[in-house]
Every structure is written in C-alpha cells, then in structure tokens.
Design a protein. Structure first.
Length: 292
C-alpha cells in the first residue's frame, strides 16, 4: 500500500509542537505526526506527518506559511519500514570536513567536503544527533591537528558513520562493532554504499574481548558513542587496549554526567584533550598517558 509523508523544519520547540497539533485538523487527516529536534545547535525542529491518502498540498502550504515553517516536502512511499523512511528524509549535516547525507541529497554534496552517505534504517547514528555530530567534530579537530593513527576501532558503531569517517582519511582498516546484529547489518550496507568495502570491518561484538577487536589492539583511536554506564564500565578495557599517546572519543553523555565519566577515565590513565557540548550532550576527547 502506498503511503505519504509531509516533512518540514521550523525554528523552536514550541513552534514545532504548535504546528504538529494544527496538522491534526487536516483532511485527509494524518495517521501520525512526529516532532524531532535536529541536535546541531541550529534550533531547528523537524515536523513529520504520515498519511495513508495523498495529503492536501495546498492546505499544507497554508499551514507552513501561517506557522513560519519551511514549505512541506511531500513524498510518496511504497509500503516499507517507517523509521527507515523518516531517517532518510533528514537534512544533510556538516561536521568539519565531513558531510553526512541521505541518498535523496546526493546532488547537494559540496565539492570541498568528504561525503558520508547514511540511510540509517533501524540503527542509531545519522549525524543529526548531538552525540554523533559531536564525535565527528571531535575527530575532525583531531585529524586537523595532525592525528595519523593506523589502528582505529568504533565500539557501539550504530550506522558505522564514525568508522567510515576515519576510513575516509586514514590508511588502515577500521573495526566497527556493535552488540546489535541489526545495527551491524545496516553498518555493512552503509560501508558498501560508501565504497569502503574492505576498509571497514563490521562485526557483532561486545567489548574488546571479541577476537576481531582483541587482534587489533592496542588502538591509536577508539570511538565509543554509547551511554554513560557502558562507557564507565569500559574504562579499564580502554586503558588496556589504547596505546600510550592514543585517544578515545566518547559520547552518549548528558552534560550533567560528563564530570563523572571524566573522573573515571582520569583514574584509568587518560587526560582530557578536548571537551565540547551540543545541546544537552557532551563529547570527550581523551588521551592515554604514559605509565608513571
């Protein structure tokens, strides 16, 4: 069965929810309306309406004008996974030299950017979330400062966007792991779509004990965009599996949780190299100290 989406962006949370409530009065009425923050510090929110009948384009144009939103982008979709479709409609994101985009925006990639094609489907990590964006920006800064490590791992890789960013600019194979087999399937698809087959090795694994990760240690850089609890639990393994002078880029950390994560990693032999925040999320770049 064919369905439809109507997507727009608008400035401010209150305005986004006001528009979403107004859309419920449309005819034909939407089967659902979603509101999503684009966590890049821009203040933009996305409003998405889903329809089983073709929506009234004229009425949508009136609603967008009245609410000072961008014109709605109406798309016809065959029967398929809703999450995949919504994520594919997200706008491109720039993070330093990297440009994260969906296949529908392939014609918009700037010539001076390194493209990362992500049609995210069911996995986390499109570049819109403050954690993923923060990690990309942190890696871009590290690379700009001269980082040229050869052994790279992305633990909890989601879409593998971080692993692919590293593989785009560094010479060796990057290991990308996730405990979720669905995420690894999506990651593999993204690797192929970005012509990085053989450059990013996607595996189902939890922690560094998996053979695919253990064989590559010690690492010059480890990405871990997960959550505070697992990051704290991984700290001793990070210390054992990151080379002296190497780095970890950590996120999935709420701003109020960052000091606790920093404290644990300091205890495990790391120093803070950089700390940044996007909306409510903190990203930490930490370097492994030489043993005393």
């Amino acid at each position: 069965m064919t369905s439809f989406t109507a997507l727009t962006t608008i400035t401010g949370e209150d305005a986004a929810y006001a528009l979403s409530e107004a859309l419920e009065d449309l005819f034909p009425e939407p089967t659902g309306v979603g509101v999503f923050e684009i966590e890049d510090g821009s203040g933009l929110w996305e409003v998405a309406a889903y329809f089983v009948e073709e929506p009234d384009a004229g009425a949508l144009a009136v609603y967008s004008a009245l609410h000072k939103a961008k014109p709605f982008n109406i798309s016809e979709i065959p029967d398929q996974d809703w999450v995949s479709k919504v994520q594919r409609e997200l706008a491109p994101v720039e993070a330093g030299r990297f440009y994260v985009y969906g296949s529908h925006d392939a014609d918009k990639v700037p010539a001076d950017k390194i493209p990362l094609l992500i049609d995210a489907a069911m996995a986390f990590g499109t570049g819109h979330h403050g954690t993923t964006l923060g990690c990309l920006q942190a890696f871009d800064s590290l690379y700009e400062a001269g980082f040229a490590g050869r052994r790279i791992a992305d633990v909890g890789c989601g879409t593998a966007v971080l692993a692919m960013a590293a593989a785009k600019v560094l010479p060796d194979v990057v290991v990308a792991s996730d405990i979720d087999p669905v995420a690894v399937e999506v990651a593999n698809a993204n690797v192929v779509a970005n012509d990085l087959k053989g450059r990013v090795n996607c595996v189902v694994a939890a922690g560094f004990d998996a053979p695919e990760l253990a064989s590559g240690a010690p690492y010059d850089l480890v990405f871990a965009n997960i959550l505070k609890g697992p990051l704290i639990g991984l700290a001793p393994d990070m210390a054992r599996n990151v080379t002296t002078g190497g780095y970890v880029i950590l996120s999935g950390i709420l701003n109020e949780q960052a000091d606790e994560v920093v404290s644990v990693y300091l205890e495990n032999g790391f120093n803070v190299a950089k700390r940044s925040s996007i909306v409510e999320w903190t990203t930490l770049t930490m370097s492994k100290k030489a043993p005393v």
